[in-house]
Design a protein. Sequence first.
Length: 353
Amino acid sequence: MSEHLPQPGTPKTLSFRRYRDGDAAPGPWQKEIFDADHSHKCPTYVLSSPPCQANCPSGEDIRGYLDIVRGVEKPPAGVSWQEYAFQRLTEANPFPAVMGRVCPAPCEKGCNRNEIDDHVGINAVEHFLGEYAIAQGLKFTPPAASTGKKVAVIGGGPAGLSCAYHLARRGHAVTIFDQHEALGGMMRYGIPGFRTPREVLDAEIQRILDLGVQARLNCRVGSDISIESLHSEFDAVFFGLGAQSGRPLPVPGADAPNCVNAIQFLRAFNDGRMRHVGKRVVVVGGGDTSIDVATVARRLGHISNGAQTSKPEQAILGRAAQDVAEISARQGAEVTLTSVFTLDKMQASRQEI
């Protein structure tokens, strides 16, 4: 082992910070420390929850599917590594293709590689696996034997669909009740289609429905069907109503007709009711939703001779729908994004800004 001992002049601190501290080449213990742990003892990071995984609100087994992608864990015979990694990923999250596009990726902020150079592209791997699954027509593992239990899920957004997915996989009969004409919730009616292509969203929702999940659309609980009837018909009821109202500005004048919250704005755009905006648009905020609003407003542009009834605020508030013929005369809109944060402190993801 003498040839493996530190040589004279070798820095005393041998750690992942070596290159940052100025050394230009790996030290003599590089192979023994990082590449040759074949003992029966597991490294600490294998026994503990990695920071990337602990940062994931969905509870994805990030280390697990990255090990499959890297080839550390081999798939069973007859299963590609892509399919095996997809199976591991979707044990927690049934929307890899959507989340690979819109998730702010808190996992990457917790990645240990940030201490060396930069984080692992976890979000990009998730995106790839989601796209691969759609292209190959991969399905979820068939549900377990029926338990005979029935569950009503109120709300067909990401929470309701995820709940239905996990319940169906455990053998429960699930029915989703949603007031809209299509499932997806804020993934469909909040996030613009150029960020979450509708064919991608539809494919991932259909994969959940293929587990036997039923959906009752255009059905508003409380008016079209009562809570009492759900409790009498089903063994359990899950409320996945989401945050659909938006937050108004807490300042005087925020109730002006042309001052709307981001959720109203994006819903009118995604519904197709709003096809152009005013000449000058001010967006207050610094998160991903604010960036979506600014991007949509810039894309839509404005028209200078529109009818009074086709003003953007009329469409947003549901009082009118803009004529599709008007968009041929639209011009670019001047969009200003204002935030209490500087660019480096804004909550929106870097690529969105």
